[in-house]
Write a protein that binds this ligand. Structure first.
Ligand code: NAD
Length: 423
């Protein structure tokens, strides 16, 4: 591979990006200045500093956040991220994106997000459990099944959710499964939740392919990120007959023009902890992966991956934002001018929170659904939401992100107006 590619590390502040995206839609909607002022701010922001005794006896103080952007449409909902670069502004942005995401797909939640500044790759499972239990205790002020319901995000998984659920339940004196979603099945998790985000991504890709008359069979795909969302998206697209030519994770990527055997790559990544070095494929950097000659690019890692430097070199005709916030507003404009069809994050990856909502409903009712029912209901939500956004984008002659924001912001504004301003 050529190695001229560089990721645009202008490193836009994610909250500034979220506000710019909001402002574009608010302008289009001629949103009332008072409403604009309300929706630009996060409603609650909790910062916690807490000690964890490490294995060598040293006490380390960690910083964590839980931010609720808006609860006009229902309890706050959003994942928890463990990453060294977590910051208040990142969590604010992610929580605002959750508000719009829940509104786009019409599920009755507001938006929240949490995070702890830590490097889970350098921690043992026992340290992660202690950190999770203490962080849960610190944010217990805010969370609860009717108040704010966390879920997995980068570097957190079903086990993390089990520890949060158990800690919260111990404090309450009884078991409260509905306090988190993305739990293991054995304690009230939902069938289909693990793959739900990826399944939702793929439903939107199928819709966009129909709209653009692209045959998914044989379509060349590149996926950045091989965690929960990236690996499941790669598998589902592979099963649909697409040719996955490139895949990466934080350590780098692999490329094969003939297509990568995704089930084998998954087994390899499970064994070695990375995709790099997969036999029979060329090595590529993350920057090169984004610029591969392909039809569909799926960023499924973190924010700030496509900016004004690399956007002109993106070759994909479809960009499906499985990750939150991978594209800057400057890059949006460049991709739009190039005629790239971008499925925005707040729509594309909403399958996760949709099945989280199904999990929460099942927990509250103590009545569990079959996987086929979950997947069918998820498909209905994603297909309808995609087409609602597409119709709006045609009607107002705006790009898909602006259309998704217009739909979401209007719904949240309507709820806010209907409820009125207390007192
Ligand atoms: P994960 O921790 O399971 O996987 C993250 C992947 O990204 C890993 O393969 C990691 O190696 C890779 N990665 C991390 N930093 C990178 C970097 N700098 N460059 C390249 N690759 C990097 O996380 P996930 O749950 O799959 O989340 C991925 C994205 O999807 C995030 O943006 C998250 O907010 C979003 N998302 C997740 C869910 C969900 O249900 N898990 C729902 C909606 C959106």
């Amino acid at each position: 591979m050529q190695s001229a590619a560089v990721i645009d590390h202008t490193q836009r502040d994610p909250y500034q990006v979220a506000l710019e995206q909001f402002d574009i839609a608010a302008d289009r909607l001629h949103l009332d200045p008072n409403m604009r002022a309300i929706l630009r701010e996060c409603q609650r922001e909790l910062i916690v500093h807490f000690p964890v005794r490490m294995q060598d006896g040293v006490v380390k103080v960690f910083t964590g956040y839980r931010v609720q952007h808006n609860t006009a449409r229902g309890p706050a909902k959003g994942g928890i991220r463990y990453h060294p670069s977590v910051s208040l502004n990142e969590v604010r942005a992610l929580s605002m994106w959750m508000t719009w995401k829940c509104a786009v797909v019409g599920i009755p939640y507001g938006g929240a997000k949490g995070g702890v500044v830590c490097d889970p790759k350098q921690m043992t499972s026992q340290q992660l459990e202690t950190l999770t239990r203490r962080y849960t205790t610190e944010i217990a002020l805010l969370i609860g099944p009717d108040r704010d319901i966390p879920a997995p995000d980068v570097n957190t998984d079903a086990q993390t959710m089990a520890w949060i659920m158990d800690t919260y339940s111990m404090h309450q004196g009884h078991t409260v499964p509905a306090v988190v979603t993305g739990k293991p099945l054995s304690i009230g998790g939902s069938e289909g939740r693990r793959e739900a985000t990826a399944r939702g991504v793929v439903y939107t890709i199928i819709e966009v392919a129909k709209h653009l008359d692209v045959d998914l069979e044989g379509a060349r795909v590149a996926v950045q990120g091989f965690g929960n969302v990236g690996s499941n998206t790669a598998i589902l697209l592979h099963q649909l007959g697409a040719t996955v030519v490139g895949v990466s994770d934080v350590t780098g990527g692999v490329y094969s023009a003939k297509g990568i055997d995704i089930p084998r790559l998954q087994a390899y990544a499970r064994e070695t902890g990375q995709v790099a070095g997969f036999p029979g494929a060329e090595r590529v950097t993350n920057a090169e992966l984004l610029e591969l000659d392909c039809d569909i690019l799926v960023p499924a890692a973190i924010e700030n991956q496509i900016g004004e430097t690399n956007a002109p070199r993106i070759k994909a005709k479809i960009v499906a934002e499985a990750a939150n916030g991978p594209t800057s507003p400057e890059a949006d404009r460049i991709l739009q001018d190039k005629g790239v069809m971008l499925i925005p994050d707040i729509l594309c990856n909403a399958g996760g929170v949709t099945v989280s909502y199904f999990e929460w409903v099942q927990d509250l009712q103590n009545l569990f659904w079959r996987e086929a029912t979950i997947n069918a209901r998820l498909k209905e939500v994603m297909v309808k939401s995609f087409n609602d956004v597409l119709d709006l984008s045609r009607k107002h002659k705006v790009d898909m992100r602006t259309a998704a924001y217009m739909l979401a912001v209007q719904r949240v504004a309507d709820a806010t107006l209907t409820r009125g301003i207390y007192p």
